[in-house]
Design a protein around this ligand. Structure first.
Ligand code: ZN
Length: 208
């Protein structure tokens, strides 16, 4: 899994920041994951360094998206490197994300499996609209907008949820939530505290 992706011609705002350090991933249950994050107001070198750490951590965990709360930071920010329905790769950084979803006749639900790097080793179906648009700011405070279908639509919604203090377990019914907990317990040995700094690497590539 490459840590520094080549620039993507489809991405209007350049490649992800490089040179960050891998940080341990914060788990569900930690306070920072279950309350709305503070908005980003300063677009400075500290923010860029945080985003670089998030990118390094996302790749180390073989993820397709990661929010700041997942490295314990209370800021509305996420990074992603995720394929859409056609396998086309999209990468970006979004501060203060706002998601728009199709409504009425255009709204179709996709109930593919979903997982979370902060609840590693567990996947269950989670119904979400199959297309999403996210708008926010890039690392220099410039407006950014990303949209897409497939896993990308799921990822953009999942990561925006994180900035609002919502984890996808909150969106599941009791039965699915139980299945998820069981899988997570069975996978505990593969994801020791401190992961992905140490321990076994996961083998599935659609974690968010
Ligand atoms: Zn997540």
């Amino acid at each position: 899994m490459p840590r520094t992706p080549a620039p993507d011609p489809h991405t209007p705002h350049g490649p992800l920041p490089e040179g960050g350090s891998v940080r341990p991933i914060t788990r569900w249950g930690a306070d920072v994951m279950h309350r709305p994050a503070r908005p980003v107001v300063e677009f400075d070198e500290d923010l860029r360094a945080l985003a670089a750490d998030m990118v390094a951590t996302m790749y180390a965990a073989d993820g397709v998206g990661l929010a700041a709360c997942q490295v314990g930071v209370d800021l509305a920010l996420f990074v992603f490197d995720c394929p859409d329905e056609d396998g086309r790769r999209h990468i970006g950084v979004v501060a203060n994300p706002r998601v728009s979803l199709p409504e009425g006749r255009d709204r179709r639900l996709d109930d593919d499996d979903e997982g979370c790097l902060s609840y590693p080793g567990a996947f269950v179906p989670c119904a979400r609209p199959d297309f999403a648009i996210v708008e926010g700011e890039g690392l220099d405070g410039e407006p950014v907008r990303y949209s897409g279908d497939g896993l990308l639509a799921r990822c953009l919604q999942h990561e925006t949820d994180h900035t609002l203090g919502t984890v996808f377990g909150d969106r599941l019914n009791k039965r699915s939530r139980k299945r998820l907990e069981k899988q997570w317990q069975d996978a505990t040995d593969s994801y020791p505290q401190g992961w992905p700094l140490e321990g076994e690497q996961p083998t599935v590539s659609d974690r968010q």
